[in-house]
Design a protein around this ligand. Structure first.
Ligand code: SAH
Ligand code: SF4
Length: 389
């Protein structure tokens, strides 16, 4: 029997007021919300749109968080802003830098919770891997985050805040349009299931894409989902970003065990939703993520079945060597095995890059993120119940 997994309740997101000052944070508000907030604070209706544009540019193009430095605003207006609002980012607890240049930030957010963000420099790009939730309600058996309970959803401010914090650290404010950026891509592949925090993730990504703001192209943003089927199309319509799916198995029995949400929406349902993703084409392909687990999902037969299943979907297969974590119940496939698997997929006409583990020395690789505080640990019984096939 298929057992329904619980749906995230709306009340998992805390309100937008700064807990210390009681002031409202302007970060993470949509333009319409910011306009409304400014009007409520006394800004004349007629000026509000222009003020939003000005403040927006200070926050998202120049990285300014002190109202006193917003020099194109009149002094009394700056004082009013200062009294009513903040431009707040999550607090950085630690920054770790790997020998390979990967940076991992541990951030503290309201309530004392912690989330991790990872910056991965490459020759042609710099990717920021951001989190959407504290912990995760799902229990993928190979994922470290999956052993931690869902604590709460991140607010739009906390999601955008991860980008602001990284840009502060990379000293990347005021880069002229068209110039190469150190932070050029975003992947929603950190802690949490982004499609179980849909509205907040969407609102944050709309800010990341806004041309007068952080101004990243929608094609440089990739949202990874474990397979929340009813929200996939919506991601294409309301965010327009690229989609990656944690596929990881070629039959329902194995996928039930690895990615238990498969018990609710199985491989056939998932593939239907992916075929339906808006704007699919050779230049806008779906990324199938496939974690290589020794003896579990890595045979030649699996590779052939994978190719058969995705037939007709513009796709790229991202092979991820399993990253181990303390107590993990799997081993990484050998390099030869990964190569042989990749060759079969590649010969069938799909790009099959192997995702080189980055930042292993600082536990920053995929699936290794987890709040160090671990206040909310899932019980063994819960994990076992949800991963039993
Ligand atoms: N919750 C989303 C996004 C976060 S996980 C999702 O599941 O898609 C980002 C990617 O890392 C997913 O493909 C996930 O399956 C993979 N991953 C998780 N744990 C891993 C591990 N230990 N080694 C390698 N990849 C892992
Ligand atoms: Fe959650 Fe993704 Fe980890 Fe699964 S792989 S437990 S959905 S973060």
């Amino acid at each position: 029997m298929t057992r329904a997994l619980p749906i995230t309740p709306d009340n998992l997101t805390i309100p937008r007021k700064d807990t210390k000052t009681g002031k409202q944070n302007l970060v993470g508000l949509s333009r319409a919300q910011m306009r409304e907030a400014l009007i409520d604070a006394g800004t004349p209706h007629k000026q509000a749109g222009m003020r939003v544009g000005q403040i927006w540019q200070w926050i998202y193009q120049k990285g300014v968080s002190d109202f006193a430095n917003m020099t194109n605003l009149a002094k009394p207006y700056r004082a009013m802003l200062e009294e009513t609002f903040t431009v707040a980012r999550p607090e950085i607890v630690t920054t770790q830098i790997s020998v390979d240049g990967t940076r991992k930030y541990l951030l503290r957010i309201a309530g004392g919770h912690e989330v991790e963000v990872v910056y991965i420099p490459e020759t042609d790009r710099g990717t920021l891997c951001i989190s959407s939730q504290v912990g995760c309600m799902l229990t993928c058996s190979f994922c470290h985050t999956g052993t931690q309970k869902l604590v709460r959803n991140l607010t739009p401010a906390e999601i955008v805040g991860q980008i602001l914090v990284a840009r502060d650290d990379l000293d990347e404010w005021g880069v002229p349009p068209g110039e190469k950026r150190r932070l050029s891509n975003i992947v929603l592949m950190g802690m949490g299931e982004p499609l179980y925090n849909f509205e907040n993730v969407r609102d944050a990504m709309l800010i990341a894409m806004d041309n007068e703001g952080i101004s990243l192209s929608r094609r440089r943003i990739t949202l990874s989902t474990s397979g929340v089927v009813p929200e996939i199309r919506r991601a294409g319509e309301e965010i327009g970003c690229m989609i990656a799916v944690s596929f990881h198995a070629t039959n329902d029995q194995t996928r039930d065990r690895l990615v238990p949400i498969n018990k609710r929406w199985n491989i056939a349902a998932l593939l239907d939703a992916l075929r339906d993703y808006p704007r699919l084409s050779n230049s806008e392909r779906i990324t199938f993520e496939y974690v290589m687990l020794h003896g579990v999902n890595d045979s030649d037969e699996d590779a052939r079945e994978l190719v058969r299943l995705i037939d007709g979907i513009p796709a790229k297969i991202n092979l991820i060597p399993f990253n181990e974590w303390p107590g993990a119940p799997y081993k990484r496939s050998s390099n030869n095995r990964i190569r042989a698997f990749g060759d079969i997929v590649n010969n069938a006409g799909y790009a099959s890059p192997v995702r080189r583990p980055r930042g292993e020395d600082i536990m920053a690789a995929c699936g290794q993120l987890k709040s160090a505080t671990e206040r909310a640990r899932k019980s063994k019984a819960q994990i076992e119940a949800e991963t039993r096939s």
